[in-house]
Design a protein around this ligand. Sequence first.
Ligand code: CU
Length: 154
Amino acid sequence: MRRRLAPAALVIAGSLALAGCGEGDGGSGGAAELSVGSAYMPQPVSDEMAAGFLTVTNKGGTADALTSVSSDIAGRVTVHETTGGAMREVESLTVPAHGELVLRTGGDHLMFEQLKRKPKEGQTVSVELRFAHSDPVEVEMPVKAATYTPTTGH
Ligand code: CU
């Protein structure tokens, strides 16, 4: 039942976004306040692996780190960084205080391995992000065309 997490995921993502906008209680810094946006998966060409991209925004004054990821469609999801055109698995990626962790084509990304089904354009994939300090975040990641690239800028 791969859709079981969908409604909760939307509620969680929405409440985090609202909490982020409602700051301004005067705290100097404060705990990490994470929200996740711009998530997508290009429809994979491989039957075995897929990549995923998203942005984690931290409106809080304390850095956090993305430490592990899981998904209903993959036996294993790893966090990769790309340096000099080569990618390698990393233990975690930092979400800076008052900053963003941006996963994008050609840069850091999620790697879905041991696919249980091949995601197709128009479907969504449930992903759970876990962090060093903050509560886990559920994301519904839409599957886009294999050639999709998001428009950049805000
Ligand atoms: Cu990779």
